[in-house]
Design a protein around this ligand. Sequence first.
Ligand SMILES: NC(=O)c1ccc[n+]([C@@H]2O[C@H](COP(=O)([O-])OP(=O)(O)OC[C@H]3O[C@@H](n4cnc5c(N)ncnc54)[C@H](O)[C@@H]3O)[C@@H](O)[C@H]2O)c1
Ligand SMILES: O=C(O)C(=O)C[C@@H](O)[C@H](O)[C@H](O)COP(=O)(O)O
Ligand SMILES: [Zn+2]
Length: 363
Amino acid sequence: MSTVRVPTDHPYSVEIDYGAREKLPELAGSRSRIAVIASTRLEEAAVELGRLVGRGNAPVLNIGVPDGELAKTPAILTDCWRALADAGFTRSDLIIGIGGGATTDLAGFVAASWLRGVDFITVPTTVLAMVDAAVGGKTGIDLPEGKNLVGAFHEPQGVIADLDLLRTLPDREVSSGLAEVVKAGFVRDGRILDLIRESPEGSRDVTSARLAELIRRGVQFKADVVAGDLRETTTPVGGRLGRELLNYGHTLGHAIEAWEHFELRHGEAVALGMMFAAHLSRRLLGLSDDAVATHRELLEVLGLPTGYRAAPWEELRTLMGRDKKARGSSLRFVGLRNLGDPEIIAAPSERVLAECYAELGRD
Ligand SMILES: NC(=O)c1ccc[n+]([C@@H]2O[C@H](COP(=O)([O-])OP(=O)(O)OC[C@H]3O[C@@H](n4cnc5c(N)ncnc54)[C@H](O)[C@@H]3O)[C@@H](O)[C@H]2O)c1
Ligand SMILES: O=C(O)C(=O)C[C@@H](O)[C@H](O)[C@H](O)COP(=O)(O)O
Ligand SMILES: [Zn+2]
């Protein structure tokens, strides 16, 4: 159906289609060893894909990891390294990460760190991983102190987004993935907002052409942004914000996600972070009340949360201090002047931040 090119220094493609997994053997090429890293919950799909790619290649090493965020830990990372060591994995071998964003983040970091870097391919199986996590080369794991604190930039050889794999995805996960898609709509691609508004039900239906189009647009947005600024500098690219743009909603979102010990889905936490960023933008960049209402309306129709006050502000503030955009003791937020017109908010006052959190509690 569509191929999105990611034109970085190591260009690669994202294949988006029903049945796209058929392209996996060609992409993998001929290898002495292939390891498939997948969550134990997706074992069936992983074994099927392993067989597919194993044809004509050496037997595939299946490395099962815990489900979801539980995989993004130093202990599981070590288990993966040791499985590769046992199998005698060399620099010409290949790692394939199959699953949601947590699994592809882990698999990517295993590939980035093993022998200082081996090839890897991502096969995302959630909406979120298709539009965001599996594309762009950010890999890593969490620590108890916060999200994604350890990692590396390591780009995949290619991404296979097989839309058939979404058929078993629970509704809550579909909504969570759509948070990253609507993020792209808020900060750049206004057509995404129209597509969601015209049919919220279609947008959430994994068999619909509308969701396929939203996924394509989400991938295109991500590809455009990372191609201009792979390593997330703070310098604008061609007069526009660089990769930091992709962090819209994540400064508070990651803090809430960590504070909730991942009981909230990543997209749910980001939805709350985007509402917070909208309040902050209204206060500091003059974002209109209408645009804030658009955030609330679209997040709600996607089944995402818009109000939150469970965590004490001081705790979230400490967690936000570990955000990668922070410089010294100052926080940096991605904000909006208007929908589609982003700008960095550097070092907002502590008073305004606390007041905006109180506003989030009233949403
Ligand atoms: N590297 C990046 O650029 C980037 C971007 C966005 C998010 N992330 C990371 O991605 C993670 C979130 O990803 P996620 O939302 O995919 O979560 P996830 O990986 O935790 O997967 C969510 C759940 O869906 C299940 N699942 C996956 N595919 C399925 C399928 N096809 N059918 C049924 N169940 C399925 C998983 O087993 C899991 O329980 C977070 O760790 C976040 O930090 C990374
Ligand atoms: O790819 C990016 O860059 C992003 O910021 C995308 C985010 O959606 C994603 O959650 C990412 O993992 C956040 O990265 P971090 O650097 O804030 O940990
Ligand atoms: Zn995200």
